[in-house]
Design a protein around this ligand. Structure first.
Ligand SMILES: Nc1ncnc2c1ncn2[C@@H]1O[C@H](COP(=O)(O)OP(=O)(O)O)[C@@H](O)[C@H]1O
Ligand SMILES: [Mg+2]
Length: 473
Protein backbone atom coordinates (compact mmCIF):
# COMPACT_ATOMS: atom_id res chain seq x y z
CA UNK A 1 0.00 0.00 0.00
CA UNK A 2 1.49 3.34 -0.99
CA UNK A 3 2.18 5.83 1.71
CA UNK A 4 -0.39 8.52 2.06
CA UNK A 5 0.59 11.98 0.94
CA UNK A 6 -0.17 14.74 3.34
CA UNK A 7 -1.68 18.03 2.71
CA UNK A 8 -2.87 20.87 4.77
CA UNK A 9 -6.34 22.05 4.04
CA UNK A 10 -7.76 25.42 4.97
CA UNK A 11 -10.88 24.91 7.07
CA UNK A 12 -12.54 28.04 5.79
CA UNK A 13 -11.76 28.18 2.06
CA UNK A 14 -10.60 24.63 1.29
CA UNK A 15 -7.24 25.68 -0.18
CA UNK A 16 -4.61 22.95 -0.02
CA UNK A 17 -0.94 23.28 0.75
CA UNK A 18 1.91 20.81 1.06
CA UNK A 19 3.27 22.48 4.16
CA UNK A 20 1.85 24.31 7.11
CA UNK A 21 1.31 28.05 6.86
CA UNK A 22 0.17 30.16 9.75
CA UNK A 23 -1.78 32.22 7.25
CA UNK A 24 -3.77 30.54 4.52
CA UNK A 25 -2.29 31.34 1.08
CA UNK A 26 -5.81 31.16 -0.35
CA UNK A 27 -8.05 33.26 1.85
CA UNK A 28 -5.56 34.87 4.18
CA UNK A 29 -7.21 33.46 7.32
CA UNK A 30 -4.97 32.88 10.29
CA UNK A 31 -4.48 29.42 11.80
CA UNK A 32 -6.99 27.80 9.51
CA UNK A 33 -4.74 25.15 7.93
CA UNK A 34 -5.27 21.66 9.31
CA UNK A 35 -3.35 18.59 8.28
CA UNK A 36 -5.29 15.96 6.44
CA UNK A 37 -4.30 12.52 5.29
CA UNK A 38 -5.18 12.16 1.64
CA UNK A 39 -5.74 8.65 0.31
CA UNK A 40 -2.65 6.92 -1.09
CA UNK A 41 -2.42 6.68 -4.89
CA UNK A 42 -3.92 3.18 -5.06
CA UNK A 43 -7.10 4.73 -3.76
CA UNK A 44 -7.31 2.57 -0.66
CA UNK A 45 -7.24 4.21 2.70
CA UNK A 46 -5.24 2.14 5.14
CA UNK A 47 -7.36 1.05 7.98
CA UNK A 48 -7.32 -1.36 10.84
CA UNK A 49 -6.13 -4.78 9.82
CA UNK A 50 -8.94 -6.93 8.60
CA UNK A 51 -11.27 -4.02 8.24
CA UNK A 52 -14.08 -4.67 5.86
CA UNK A 53 -14.24 -2.88 2.57
CA UNK A 54 -16.43 0.19 2.66
CA UNK A 55 -19.20 -1.55 0.70
CA UNK A 56 -19.66 -4.11 3.45
CA UNK A 57 -20.04 -1.46 6.11
CA UNK A 58 -23.71 -2.01 6.40
CA UNK A 59 -26.45 -3.59 4.43
CA UNK A 60 -28.03 -0.29 3.47
CA UNK A 61 -30.14 -0.47 0.34
CA UNK A 62 -28.81 1.81 -2.36
CA UNK A 63 -32.20 2.95 -3.55
CA UNK A 64 -34.85 4.96 -1.85
CA UNK A 65 -37.81 3.12 -0.39
CA UNK A 66 -41.19 4.06 1.07
CA UNK A 67 -40.78 4.97 4.70
CA UNK A 68 -43.34 2.32 5.71
CA UNK A 69 -41.11 -0.34 4.19
CA UNK A 70 -38.13 0.57 6.32
CA UNK A 71 -37.57 -2.13 8.89
CA UNK A 72 -37.72 -1.10 12.53
CA UNK A 73 -35.49 -2.42 15.20
CA UNK A 74 -36.36 -1.57 18.76
CA UNK A 75 -33.51 0.37 20.36
CA UNK A 76 -31.78 -1.83 22.85
CA UNK A 77 -30.26 0.07 25.74
CA UNK A 78 -27.46 -0.83 28.08
CA UNK A 79 -27.81 0.31 31.66
CA UNK A 80 -24.72 2.15 32.82
CA UNK A 81 -25.29 1.56 36.48
CA UNK A 82 -26.09 5.21 37.06
CA UNK A 83 -29.74 6.13 36.64
CA UNK A 84 -28.67 9.73 36.28
CA UNK A 85 -26.35 8.90 33.39
CA UNK A 86 -28.96 6.67 31.77
CA UNK A 87 -31.56 9.39 31.88
CA UNK A 88 -29.24 11.93 30.29
CA UNK A 89 -28.47 9.37 27.58
CA UNK A 90 -32.19 9.02 26.95
CA UNK A 91 -32.70 5.75 28.80
CA UNK A 92 -29.33 4.02 28.59
CA UNK A 93 -26.44 3.53 26.24
CA UNK A 94 -27.46 2.53 22.71
CA UNK A 95 -25.30 -0.24 21.21
CA UNK A 96 -23.15 1.07 18.41
CA UNK A 97 -23.64 4.69 19.40
CA UNK A 98 -20.87 7.19 19.80
CA UNK A 99 -21.03 9.37 22.88
CA UNK A 100 -18.69 12.21 23.68
CA UNK A 101 -18.26 13.13 27.31
CA UNK A 102 -16.68 16.56 27.60
CA UNK A 103 -15.61 18.55 30.59
CA UNK A 104 -12.85 20.51 32.23
CA UNK A 105 -9.80 18.59 33.41
CA UNK A 106 -10.23 17.16 36.88
CA UNK A 107 -14.00 17.37 36.88
CA UNK A 108 -14.41 13.60 37.13
CA UNK A 109 -14.88 12.23 33.62
CA UNK A 110 -12.53 9.31 34.15
CA UNK A 111 -14.14 8.58 37.48
CA UNK A 112 -17.64 8.58 36.02
CA UNK A 113 -16.76 6.31 33.14
CA UNK A 114 -14.68 3.90 35.18
CA UNK A 115 -17.51 3.53 37.66
CA UNK A 116 -19.96 2.96 34.83
CA UNK A 117 -17.53 0.47 33.31
CA UNK A 118 -17.40 -1.46 36.55
CA UNK A 119 -21.15 -1.88 36.53
CA UNK A 120 -21.56 -2.53 32.80
CA UNK A 121 -18.81 -5.14 32.89
CA UNK A 122 -21.12 -7.32 34.95
CA UNK A 123 -23.49 -7.76 32.07
CA UNK A 124 -21.37 -7.23 28.96
CA UNK A 125 -17.80 -6.93 27.80
CA UNK A 126 -16.18 -3.56 28.33
CA UNK A 127 -12.84 -2.26 27.10
CA UNK A 128 -11.36 0.74 28.90
CA UNK A 129 -8.62 2.43 26.90
CA UNK A 130 -6.58 4.77 29.01
CA UNK A 131 -4.51 7.03 26.84
CA UNK A 132 -3.69 9.48 29.59
CA UNK A 133 -2.93 7.36 32.59
CA UNK A 134 -0.90 4.22 33.05
CA UNK A 135 -2.57 0.91 33.77
CA UNK A 136 -1.34 1.20 37.37
CA UNK A 137 -2.97 4.56 37.82
CA UNK A 138 -6.28 3.29 36.50
CA UNK A 139 -5.99 0.25 38.72
CA UNK A 140 -5.40 2.50 41.74
CA UNK A 141 -8.50 4.49 40.92
CA UNK A 142 -10.46 1.29 40.32
CA UNK A 143 -9.43 0.16 43.82
CA UNK A 144 -10.37 3.49 45.36
CA UNK A 145 -13.75 3.48 43.69
CA UNK A 146 -14.27 0.15 45.37
CA UNK A 147 -15.79 -2.21 42.87
CA UNK A 148 -18.54 -3.53 45.04
CA UNK A 149 -18.17 -7.14 45.93
CA UNK A 150 -21.71 -7.93 44.91
CA UNK A 151 -22.05 -11.27 43.18
CA UNK A 152 -22.21 -11.34 39.44
CA UNK A 153 -20.10 -12.45 36.56
CA UNK A 154 -16.40 -12.15 37.22
CA UNK A 155 -15.09 -8.62 36.88
CA UNK A 156 -12.78 -10.09 34.25
CA UNK A 157 -15.00 -8.77 31.49
CA UNK A 158 -13.56 -5.31 32.12
CA UNK A 159 -10.45 -5.13 29.98
CA UNK A 160 -7.93 -2.36 30.41
CA UNK A 161 -5.58 -1.08 27.75
CA UNK A 162 -3.14 1.75 28.40
CA UNK A 163 -2.22 2.87 24.91
CA UNK A 164 -2.04 6.03 22.86
CA UNK A 165 -1.43 4.58 19.42
CA UNK A 166 -4.63 4.57 17.42
CA UNK A 167 -3.59 1.57 15.35
CA UNK A 168 -3.11 -0.62 18.43
CA UNK A 169 -6.36 0.56 19.96
CA UNK A 170 -8.20 -0.32 16.75
CA UNK A 171 -6.58 -3.75 16.68
CA UNK A 172 -7.61 -4.43 20.25
CA UNK A 173 -11.14 -3.24 19.59
CA UNK A 174 -11.35 -5.51 16.62
CA UNK A 175 -10.06 -8.61 18.33
CA UNK A 176 -12.11 -8.15 21.52
CA UNK A 177 -15.29 -6.82 19.89
CA UNK A 178 -16.50 -5.42 23.21
CA UNK A 179 -20.05 -4.23 23.69
CA UNK A 180 -18.77 -1.00 25.19
CA UNK A 181 -15.46 0.76 24.73
CA UNK A 182 -14.32 3.79 26.65
CA UNK A 183 -11.58 5.97 25.19
CA UNK A 184 -10.02 8.24 27.79
CA UNK A 185 -9.29 10.59 26.14
CA UNK A 186 -9.67 11.18 22.42
CA UNK A 187 -7.18 14.05 22.60
CA UNK A 188 -4.45 11.77 23.88
CA UNK A 189 -4.79 9.26 21.04
CA UNK A 190 -2.31 9.51 18.24
CA UNK A 191 -2.55 8.43 14.63
CA UNK A 192 1.01 7.69 13.51
CA UNK A 193 0.12 8.52 9.92
CA UNK A 194 -0.33 12.18 10.73
CA UNK A 195 2.56 14.39 11.65
CA UNK A 196 0.46 16.77 13.75
CA UNK A 197 0.73 16.59 17.52
CA UNK A 198 -1.79 14.57 19.52
CA UNK A 199 -4.77 16.71 20.41
CA UNK A 200 -4.57 18.80 17.24
CA UNK A 201 -7.69 19.17 15.15
CA UNK A 202 -6.39 16.79 12.50
CA UNK A 203 -5.49 14.07 15.02
CA UNK A 204 -8.72 14.30 16.97
CA UNK A 205 -10.81 14.18 13.83
CA UNK A 206 -8.93 11.31 12.23
CA UNK A 207 -8.83 9.23 15.42
CA UNK A 208 -12.52 9.73 16.13
CA UNK A 209 -13.51 8.95 12.56
CA UNK A 210 -11.47 5.75 12.49
CA UNK A 211 -12.89 4.64 15.83
CA UNK A 212 -16.39 5.41 14.69
CA UNK A 213 -16.08 3.40 11.49
CA UNK A 214 -14.95 0.37 13.42
CA UNK A 215 -17.40 0.76 16.27
CA UNK A 216 -20.42 1.14 14.00
CA UNK A 217 -19.40 -1.93 12.06
CA UNK A 218 -19.15 -4.16 15.09
CA UNK A 219 -21.92 -2.52 17.14
CA UNK A 220 -19.62 -1.36 19.90
CA UNK A 221 -20.91 1.57 21.91
CA UNK A 222 -18.10 4.07 22.18
CA UNK A 223 -17.72 6.57 24.98
CA UNK A 224 -15.12 9.18 24.15
CA UNK A 225 -13.71 11.51 26.75
CA UNK A 226 -12.90 14.97 25.42
CA UNK A 227 -11.27 17.86 27.18
CA UNK A 228 -12.65 21.32 26.93
CA UNK A 229 -9.82 23.74 26.55
CA UNK A 230 -10.13 27.46 26.37
CA UNK A 231 -7.05 28.02 24.23
CA UNK A 232 -7.43 27.57 20.50
CA UNK A 233 -4.29 25.42 20.27
CA UNK A 234 -5.81 22.16 21.42
CA UNK A 235 -8.72 20.78 19.51
CA UNK A 236 -11.75 20.93 21.71
CA UNK A 237 -14.59 18.44 21.37
CA UNK A 238 -16.33 20.96 19.11
CA UNK A 239 -14.53 19.28 16.23
CA UNK A 240 -16.30 16.06 17.09
CA UNK A 241 -19.76 17.28 17.78
CA UNK A 242 -21.10 16.67 14.31
CA UNK A 243 -19.63 13.19 14.23
CA UNK A 244 -21.00 11.72 17.44
CA UNK A 245 -24.53 10.67 18.37
CA UNK A 246 -24.56 12.36 21.74
CA UNK A 247 -22.55 15.03 23.46
CA UNK A 248 -22.63 15.02 27.22
CA UNK A 249 -21.00 17.73 29.24
CA UNK A 250 -19.87 17.13 32.74
CA UNK A 251 -19.61 20.33 34.68
CA UNK A 252 -19.40 21.60 38.16
CA UNK A 253 -17.95 24.15 40.44
CA UNK A 254 -14.38 23.36 41.45
CA UNK A 255 -15.27 24.54 44.94
CA UNK A 256 -18.36 22.42 45.34
CA UNK A 257 -18.64 18.67 45.31
CA UNK A 258 -21.64 18.27 43.08
CA UNK A 259 -21.32 17.65 39.35
CA UNK A 260 -23.91 18.17 36.67
CA UNK A 261 -24.19 16.03 33.58
CA UNK A 262 -26.11 17.45 30.63
CA UNK A 263 -26.81 16.34 27.10
CA UNK A 264 -25.94 19.07 24.63
CA UNK A 265 -26.87 16.86 21.69
CA UNK A 266 -28.57 13.49 21.67
CA UNK A 267 -29.81 11.51 18.70
CA UNK A 268 -31.43 8.96 20.99
CA UNK A 269 -33.13 11.11 23.57
CA UNK A 270 -34.03 14.57 24.73
CA UNK A 271 -31.40 17.18 25.39
CA UNK A 272 -31.54 19.43 28.45
CA UNK A 273 -31.87 16.46 30.74
CA UNK A 274 -29.82 16.90 33.83
CA UNK A 275 -28.01 14.32 35.91
CA UNK A 276 -26.70 15.30 39.30
CA UNK A 277 -23.79 13.62 41.06
CA UNK A 278 -21.72 14.28 44.08
CA UNK A 279 -17.97 13.68 44.14
CA UNK A 280 -16.93 11.82 47.25
CA UNK A 281 -13.59 10.25 48.03
CA UNK A 282 -14.92 6.89 46.92
CA UNK A 283 -16.11 8.25 43.63
CA UNK A 284 -19.28 9.72 42.25
CA UNK A 285 -22.59 9.17 43.97
CA UNK A 286 -25.93 9.95 42.38
CA UNK A 287 -27.97 12.71 43.92
CA UNK A 288 -31.54 11.54 43.67
CA UNK A 289 -33.10 14.57 45.26
CA UNK A 290 -31.13 17.48 43.82
CA UNK A 291 -33.57 20.13 45.00
CA UNK A 292 -32.16 19.69 48.48
CA UNK A 293 -28.75 20.56 47.10
CA UNK A 294 -29.88 23.87 45.68
CA UNK A 295 -31.97 24.95 48.61
CA UNK A 296 -30.17 26.84 51.33
CA UNK A 297 -30.31 25.06 54.64
CA UNK A 298 -30.64 28.21 56.73
CA UNK A 299 -34.29 28.83 55.98
CA UNK A 300 -35.62 32.07 54.61
CA UNK A 301 -33.77 35.32 55.24
CA UNK A 302 -33.93 38.79 53.74
CA UNK A 303 -33.10 38.80 50.04
CA UNK A 304 -33.67 35.13 49.27
CA UNK A 305 -36.36 33.61 47.12
CA UNK A 306 -37.04 30.06 45.99
CA UNK A 307 -37.90 29.24 42.40
CA UNK A 308 -38.74 26.04 40.59
CA UNK A 309 -36.49 25.72 37.58
CA UNK A 310 -37.08 23.00 35.02
CA UNK A 311 -34.13 21.15 33.57
CA UNK A 312 -35.53 18.97 30.84
CA UNK A 313 -38.31 16.96 32.41
CA UNK A 314 -36.96 17.54 35.84
CA UNK A 315 -38.16 20.29 38.15
CA UNK A 316 -35.58 21.64 40.57
CA UNK A 317 -36.13 23.90 43.52
CA UNK A 318 -33.41 26.48 43.63
CA UNK A 319 -32.68 29.27 46.04
CA UNK A 320 -31.75 32.72 44.74
CA UNK A 321 -29.88 35.16 46.94
CA UNK A 322 -29.67 38.85 46.38
CA UNK A 323 -27.91 41.74 48.02
CA UNK A 324 -28.95 45.30 47.23
CA UNK A 325 -27.02 48.10 48.86
CA UNK A 326 -26.41 51.79 48.20
CA UNK A 327 -23.69 52.35 45.66
CA UNK A 328 -20.58 54.41 46.08
CA UNK A 329 -19.68 54.16 42.41
CA UNK A 330 -20.62 56.41 39.56
CA UNK A 331 -22.30 53.48 37.86
CA UNK A 332 -23.65 50.85 40.23
CA UNK A 333 -22.15 47.39 40.35
CA UNK A 334 -24.19 44.45 39.16
CA UNK A 335 -22.96 40.91 39.37
CA UNK A 336 -24.87 37.74 38.72
CA UNK A 337 -23.68 34.19 39.38
CA UNK A 338 -25.72 31.47 37.76
CA UNK A 339 -27.99 33.86 35.86
CA UNK A 340 -27.16 35.91 32.80
CA UNK A 341 -26.15 39.45 33.70
CA UNK A 342 -28.31 40.87 30.93
CA UNK A 343 -31.35 39.18 32.43
CA UNK A 344 -30.57 40.80 35.74
CA UNK A 345 -30.21 44.21 34.08
CA UNK A 346 -33.55 43.73 32.37
CA UNK A 347 -35.35 42.69 35.55
CA UNK A 348 -33.88 45.66 37.44
CA UNK A 349 -35.06 47.98 34.69
CA UNK A 350 -38.57 46.53 34.86
CA UNK A 351 -38.64 46.97 38.64
CA UNK A 352 -37.36 50.53 38.35
CA UNK A 353 -39.89 51.48 35.73
CA UNK A 354 -43.01 49.66 36.89
CA UNK A 355 -42.56 49.71 40.65
CA UNK A 356 -40.75 53.02 40.80
CA UNK A 357 -37.85 51.60 42.82
CA UNK A 358 -34.68 53.72 42.40
CA UNK A 359 -32.47 50.70 41.84
CA UNK A 360 -30.02 52.57 39.65
CA UNK A 361 -28.63 54.10 42.83
CA UNK A 362 -27.97 50.67 44.32
CA UNK A 363 -25.41 47.94 43.77
CA UNK A 364 -27.03 44.62 43.14
CA UNK A 365 -25.49 41.18 43.57
CA UNK A 366 -27.35 38.03 42.70
CA UNK A 367 -26.34 34.40 43.14
CA UNK A 368 -27.94 31.05 42.53
CA UNK A 369 -27.24 28.77 45.47
CA UNK A 370 -25.31 25.59 44.79
CA UNK A 371 -23.57 26.80 41.63
CA UNK A 372 -26.38 25.90 39.22
CA UNK A 373 -26.85 27.87 36.02
CA UNK A 374 -30.46 28.90 35.60
CA UNK A 375 -31.11 29.95 32.05
CA UNK A 376 -34.85 29.86 31.74
CA UNK A 377 -36.87 33.06 32.03
CA UNK A 378 -39.24 31.36 34.48
CA UNK A 379 -36.75 32.42 37.13
CA UNK A 380 -37.47 36.11 36.52
CA UNK A 381 -40.11 36.51 39.19
CA UNK A 382 -37.85 34.85 41.75
CA UNK A 383 -35.03 37.23 40.85
CA UNK A 384 -37.36 40.19 41.15
CA UNK A 385 -38.64 39.00 44.52
CA UNK A 386 -35.13 38.40 45.88
CA UNK A 387 -34.00 41.85 44.75
CA UNK A 388 -37.04 43.62 46.15
CA UNK A 389 -36.85 41.66 49.40
CA UNK A 390 -33.23 42.67 49.87
CA UNK A 391 -33.95 46.27 48.91
CA UNK A 392 -36.79 46.47 51.43
CA UNK A 393 -35.08 44.20 53.96
CA UNK A 394 -38.02 41.85 53.91
CA UNK A 395 -38.18 38.11 54.34
CA UNK A 396 -40.49 36.12 52.12
CA UNK A 397 -42.86 33.93 54.13
CA UNK A 398 -41.40 30.47 54.63
CA UNK A 399 -42.57 27.81 52.20
CA UNK A 400 -43.10 30.16 49.25
CA UNK A 401 -41.99 29.46 45.68
CA UNK A 402 -42.17 31.88 42.77
CA UNK A 403 -42.42 31.08 39.09
CA UNK A 404 -42.95 33.46 36.21
CA UNK A 405 -41.38 35.31 33.34
CA UNK A 406 -41.32 39.09 33.38
CA UNK A 407 -42.43 40.99 30.32
CA UNK A 408 -40.82 44.35 29.63
CA UNK A 409 -44.20 45.96 30.21
CA UNK A 410 -44.28 44.68 33.78
CA UNK A 411 -46.65 41.84 33.02
CA UNK A 412 -46.14 38.32 34.33
CA UNK A 413 -45.99 35.85 31.48
CA UNK A 414 -46.95 32.19 31.67
CA UNK A 415 -44.26 29.52 31.83
CA UNK A 416 -44.21 25.93 30.65
CA UNK A 417 -44.59 22.83 32.81
CA UNK A 418 -46.26 24.76 35.61
CA UNK A 419 -48.03 21.71 37.00
CA UNK A 420 -44.82 19.74 37.17
CA UNK A 421 -43.15 22.57 39.02
CA UNK A 422 -45.96 22.92 41.52
CA UNK A 423 -45.98 19.19 42.17
CA UNK A 424 -42.28 19.25 42.98
CA UNK A 425 -42.73 22.26 45.27
CA UNK A 426 -45.53 20.52 47.12
CA UNK A 427 -43.50 17.34 47.37
CA UNK A 428 -40.73 19.22 49.13
CA UNK A 429 -43.09 20.77 51.62
CA UNK A 430 -43.70 24.19 50.07
CA UNK A 431 -47.24 25.41 50.59
CA UNK A 432 -47.45 28.77 48.79
CA UNK A 433 -46.80 29.40 45.14
CA UNK A 434 -46.92 32.69 43.27
CA UNK A 435 -47.47 32.02 39.59
CA UNK A 436 -48.64 33.76 36.42
CA UNK A 437 -52.36 33.80 35.85
CA UNK A 438 -53.37 30.48 34.33
CA UNK A 439 -56.59 28.63 34.08
CA UNK A 440 -57.42 25.32 35.64
CA UNK A 441 -54.98 25.38 38.53
CA UNK A 442 -57.73 25.27 41.13
CA UNK A 443 -58.11 21.51 41.27
CA UNK A 444 -54.38 20.97 41.23
CA UNK A 445 -53.97 23.38 44.13
CA UNK A 446 -56.51 21.50 46.23
CA UNK A 447 -55.00 18.19 45.30
CA UNK A 448 -51.52 19.35 46.28
CA UNK A 449 -52.71 21.29 49.31
CA UNK A 450 -50.93 24.30 47.89
CA UNK A 451 -51.99 27.93 48.18
CA UNK A 452 -51.66 29.13 44.60
CA UNK A 453 -51.56 32.91 44.18
CA UNK A 454 -52.06 33.99 40.59
CA UNK A 455 -50.93 37.39 39.39
CA UNK A 456 -51.07 39.21 36.09
CA UNK A 457 -48.31 41.72 36.73
CA UNK A 458 -45.01 41.69 38.56
CA UNK A 459 -46.34 44.32 40.96
CA UNK A 460 -49.33 42.15 41.93
CA UNK A 461 -47.11 39.10 42.22
CA UNK A 462 -44.72 40.84 44.60
CA UNK A 463 -47.56 42.16 46.73
CA UNK A 464 -48.95 38.63 46.93
CA UNK A 465 -45.56 37.13 47.72
CA UNK A 466 -44.35 39.65 50.28
CA UNK A 467 -47.66 40.54 51.83
CA UNK A 468 -46.86 44.27 51.55
CA UNK A 469 -46.68 46.63 48.62
CA UNK A 470 -42.97 47.05 47.87
CA UNK A 471 -43.65 50.15 45.82
CA UNK A 472 -45.38 52.02 48.66
CA UNK A 473 -43.15 54.34 50.63
N1 LIG B 1 -7.11 9.85 45.77
C1 LIG B 1 -8.21 10.59 45.67
N2 LIG B 1 -9.03 10.73 46.70
C2 LIG B 1 -10.15 11.46 46.61
N3 LIG B 1 -10.55 12.08 45.49
C3 LIG B 1 -9.79 11.98 44.42
C4 LIG B 1 -8.59 11.24 44.44
N4 LIG B 1 -8.05 11.30 43.21
C5 LIG B 1 -8.88 12.06 42.47
N5 LIG B 1 -9.92 12.47 43.20
C6 LIG B 1 -11.03 13.32 42.74
O1 LIG B 1 -11.30 13.01 41.41
C7 LIG B 1 -11.17 14.17 40.61
C8 LIG B 1 -10.46 13.83 39.32
O2 LIG B 1 -11.30 13.04 38.62
P1 LIG B 1 -10.94 12.50 37.19
O3 LIG B 1 -11.97 11.48 36.91
O4 LIG B 1 -9.50 12.12 37.11
O5 LIG B 1 -11.18 13.79 36.31
P2 LIG B 1 -11.04 13.96 34.74
O6 LIG B 1 -10.91 12.61 34.15
O7 LIG B 1 -12.29 14.69 34.36
O8 LIG B 1 -9.84 14.81 34.53
C9 LIG B 1 -10.34 15.13 41.38
O9 LIG B 1 -10.68 16.46 41.09
C10 LIG B 1 -10.68 14.77 42.78
O10 LIG B 1 -11.82 15.48 43.21
MG1 LIG C 1 -9.24 11.80 33.25
Amino acid sequence: MGRATFSFVCQSCGAQARQFFGRCPGCGGWNTLVEQASPPPDGRRRRAPGAAAIGELDARPRRSQPIQAVGERPLARLASGFDELDRVLGGGLVPGSLVLVGGDPGIGKSTLLLQAAQVMARSCSVLYVSAEESAQQVKLRWRRLGPDASPGPEPGSLQLLAETDLELVLQELESLRPAVAIIDSIQALHDAELTSAPGSVAQVRECAAALQRLAKRQDTALLLVGHVTKEGMLAGPKVLEHLVDAVLTFEGDRFASHRLLRAAKNRFGATHELGVFEMRDRGLVEVTNPSELFLGSEGPCAGTATIVACEGTRPLLVELQSLVSGTSYASPRRTATGIGINRLHQILAVLEKHLGLPLSRFDCYLAVAGGLDVEEPAADLGVAAAVVASYRDLTLPAGTVLVGELGLGGQLRPVGQLELRLQEAARLGFHRAVVPRASGLGSLATELDLQVLEAATVADALVAALGVDPAAD
